[in-house]
Design a protein around this ligand. Structure first.
Ligand code: BTN
Length: 318
């Protein structure tokens, strides 16, 4: 009901009286007053003027479920939302929800993480209210070895959302780094609960550096604020990321991997370039030639041998 009050306030051009809210939402005046008090404690600035009523002045830039769901217009992704001020890692919370049977599309947001993690045992710096830290639960009817398709689909979706909100063209560094000017802007971590021939669920962890300042970021990273010169609404970007994932996930399920792969290839930071990849304790050098239909990277070595790389880290691009 608090969301109904909020949405009602947002839909008004000017002031709206407590009586009008109470009549429209069929709740008591006391309930209206209580919801408004609660919204204020959450950081909403709501003006109250005698004889005129209430007016919303500003909303907090917090990834609150009532904000994320406002005009989200998705069918699956983000239909169930969890929000925390701080967590160890959204991955752990989403994994528990996965085990408990929560539906596909469930998203866990945290404003900060004390043990944010990245790929290959790295940590993910998650300062309070500066970035987007989320984990999304999906239940695709895929084989476990098809999981990279989901990671690549997510990378495409994040790039599209960033482009739409900021106009910035970012590149994707295989398999899952979103980069601009060679610096990392966002990362994706995929964790699975699977049997040999079936994914039970997959957790996609997304970290995006949004409003952090250069001095607080790891040396090889950047943020959207640094790239575009102003702070931006994390809420709008988070919503757009969820919308883009829904659209690309449906494409992936209905039309297969090819259209996603084409989008991915168009944004690739490495394709056609000479690269070095660290994979399972060895370095592979060669030209990044293609991505195959499982999402594996094909690297043409100097000998002409084409190596299929399923996981690793691009450490150098020439
Ligand atoms: C990487 O580039 O290595 C992946 C980084 C993934 C970070 C996100 S932040 C939200 C989610 N929770 C985590 O602990 N990690 C992912």
């Amino acid at each position: 009901m608090i969301k109904d009050v909020l949405d009602f306030l947002k839909a008004q051009d000017g002031f709206v009286s407590g009586e009008e809210i109470s009549r429209n939402l069929k709740i008591s005046r006391t309930a209206v007053w209580k919801h408004i008090a609660r919204l204020r404690t959450e950081g909403y600035l709501i003006e109250a003027v005698p004889h005129l009523g209430y007016r919303i002045i500003s909303i907090p830039d917090k990834l609150l479920p009532e904000e994320i769901s406002y005009q989200l217009n998705t069918k699956v992704i983000g239909q169930s939302l969890f929000y925390y001020e701080t967590l160890g890692s959204t991955m752990d919370t989403a994994f528990e929800l996965g085990l408990k049977g929560f539906p596909e599309g469930t998203v866990v947001f945290a404003e900060s993480q004390t043990k944010g993690r990245g790929r290959l045992g790295r940590s993910w710096f998650s300062p309070k209210e500066k970035g987007i830290y989320l984990s999304l639960l999906l239940r695709p009817e895929f084989l476990p070895q098809e999981a990279p398709k989901i990671t690549l689909m997510t990378a495409v979706s994040i790039s599209e959302a960033i482009k739409k909100i900021t106009g910035l063209s970012v590149l994707i560094k295989w398999p899952n780094d979103i980069v601009v000017g060679g610096k990392k802007l966002a990362g994706i971590l995929t964790e699975l609960d699977a049997e040999a021939d079936k994914i039970k669920f997959i957790n996609i962890g997304i970290g995006i550096n949004v409003n952090s300042s250069k001095s607080f970021l790891p040396k090889e990273s950047t943020s959207l604020k640094e790239e575009i010169g102003t702070e931006l609404s994390r809420i709008e970007l988070a919503r757009e990321v969820l919308r883009a994932i829904e659209s690309n996930y449906f494409i992936l399920k209905d039309k297969g991997f090819k259209p996603i792969l084409e989008k991915w290839l168009a944004s690739s930071a490495i394709l056609g370039k000479r690269i070095e990849i660290s994979s399972q304790n060895r370095i592979i050098c060669g030209e990044a030639q293609d991505i195959d239909m499982d999402g594996a990277l094909l690297v043409r070595q100097d000998t002409g041998f084409i190596e299929r790389v399923l996981s690793g880290d691009v450490v150098r691009i020439y």
